[in-house]
Design a protein around this ligand. Structure first.
Ligand code: AHR
Length: 500
């Protein structure tokens, strides 16, 4: 395959928030995950220092919280102040202790060094309750909620800039689901009140690729929105946990940006593409496993619907398929940096996350190293590239459809703050080394940092490091140089980058 790139043909500068993350009050993401009071590895606020350190290493830019489905019957006032009353979480059908609430979340974000991003309850909640939350977080001292925050020990406003109105309220499975007309009206009222409290907030609202839903949302509320939220999980296993195999996962990468294309088209039709950006604020190759709760037939015993959630913790499930898919998605976000300004891996800790916790430590799953490579090795200026002789393969999706999958995905970036280039190169082939030549006016040494594992099934676990970042040097770059990639690998090739 031949790749051509010109340093003056720039697609744009990617927003670092495309490397964002999400954490929900679900299973062991918060309780027993990042929030583990009493664990020797936790700090004075009960936060796992090893988890915080791993989050800082991949420079988590923004962290969406507290849900997800959880938020659609969550009332934030239950999670602040001295008295924390345990309540029944009707979304996930477990008890929510409410010991981790807004103030604990903000403290966590400060320790990570990331922006908070709060998703509000548009299920059972009201426009007033959402705007009260903004009062609590962002007003200096006016009104009861800012005064409550001060009384709770937080003199200074939390200054939460990013807010989302609702979560998947379009879905029958969501508590407080709405039709498009109800949604248009509610989002307008909520946005109005939230902006009245703090006009410096940036607002998003739950959306999808459905035209009617988005037309009503944008007609009613477009003038108040800065973002539009979409979600996507490709492997539909929330009832079965029977993950698709490597080739089926690669088939999912065909047209991986279809949702972005559809929503961008609608924003352009409204002339809003310069005002509203896409927040892909939940995405992952695989759905979370939570049988008999997201369906009509609810589990009766905890063995039916709570205990199985532990199967998300089986680390051997997160292989090079997850890593290669994750890299493909992040490269897509880079290529669409004109419209995708945020993306949140769902979730970051436990469940299908990139960081797994156990009482004595953490496991960095294969997907964690993809974020490490993209955040710490790739550039922020996305170059336009064109390619010839792309190797393709007919691959079967689990629904039986045959799709054509490009086996190589090559993204060329430059740096806004120093010389050199960095190329994210993905080889999706399960068993073949693949090569490409790069036509680029560049000079300097060539290094490659990459993950591939010893097979498509390579994974990391407590006592097993099957996927680690490896490094090699390829000498001095010449335009037209051939670069060979191992099978099932994610590579960042750096050219003329002085090691900082
Ligand atoms: O499976 C987890 C759920 O997926 C999230 O809570 C929700 O936002 C999405 O439907």
């Amino acid at each position: 395959m031949k790749i051509h790139a010109k340093e003056y043909r720039v697609l744009g500068q990617r927003d670092p928030m495309i490397y964002g993350h999400f954490i929900e009050h679900f299973h062991r993401q918060i309780y027993g995950g990042v929030y583990d009071p009493g664990n020797p590895l936790s700090d004075e606020d009960g936060l796992r220092t090893d988890v915080l350190s791993a989050m800082r290493k991949i420079h988590v830019p923004i962290l969406r919280w507290p849900g997800g489905c959880f938020v659609s019957s969550y009332h934030w006032k239950d999670g602040v102040g001295e008295e924390r009353v345990p309540l029944f979480d009707k979304a996930w059908r477990v008890e929510e202790p409410n010991t981790f609430g807004t103030d604990e979340y903000i403290q966590m974000c400060r320790k990570i060094g990331c922006e908070p991003y709060i998703c509000t309850n548009a299920g059972t909640g009201t426009a007033e309750e959402m705007s009260d939350w903004v009062e609590y977080c962002n007003l200096e001292n006016e009104g009861q909620y800012a005064k409550q925050r001060i009384a709770n020990g937080y003199e200074e406003p939390h200054k939460v800039k990013y807010w989302s109105i609702g979560n998947e309220n379009y879905g029958w499975w969501e508590i407080g689901a709405k039709d498009e007309k109800e949604w248009g009206r509610l989002t307008l009222e909520a946005a109005k009140m939230m902006k009245h409290v703090d006009p410096c907030t940036e607002l998003s609202a739950a959306a999808l690729t459905d035209i009617d839903w988005n037309v009503n949302l944008l007609k009613n509320c477009g003038q108040f929105l800065d973002w539009i939220s979409i979600h996507e999980y490709w492997d539909p296993i929330h009832e079965t946990n029977d993950g698709a195999d490597y080739d089926a996962c690669m088939a999912y990468t065909a047209d991986i940006g279809h949702s972005v294309r559809k929503v961008k088209g609608l924003l352009e039709a409204f002339g809003l593409e310069k005002k509203i950006r896409i927040a892909f604020d939940e995405w992952n190759l695989r759905q979370w496993y939570h049988p008999k709760v997201h369906c009509i037939e609810q589990g009766v015993t905890k063995e039916e619907y709570v205990v199985p959630r532990d199967d998300n913790d089986i680390n051997s499930q997160y292989t090079m398929a997850d890593a290669v898919f994750t890299a493909s998605f992040l490269s897509m976000c880079n290529r669409n940096c004109d419209i995708v300004g945020m993306a949140n891996f769902a979730p970051i800790v436990n469940t299908r996350g990139c960081i797994y916790t156990y009482p004595d430590g953490i496991v960095l799953r294969s997907t964690y190293h993809v974020f490490d490579l993209y955040v710490n090795y790739l550039g922020d200026i996305v170059l336009d590239t064109w390619q010839e002789e792309v190797p393709v393969k007919q691959m079967k999706r689990i629904d039986g459809e045959i799709v054509e999958v490009e086996q190589l995905d090559v993204l060329v970036t430059a740096f806004s703050d120093h010389a050199g280039y960095a190329v994210a190169a993905i080889n999706k082939s399960a068993d073949e080394e693949l090569s490409f030549t790069l036509e680029l006016d560049a000079a300097g040494t060539v290094t490659v940092d990459y993950i591939c594992g010893d097979s498509t099934e390579a994974y990391n676990d407590v006592d097993h490091d099957g996927v680690v970042i490896q490094h090699k040097e390829l000498g001095i770059f010449e335009s037209g140089m051939m670069i060979t990639l191992p099978p099932h690998s994610v590579n960042v090739i750096r050219i003329g980058v002085e090691e900082v």
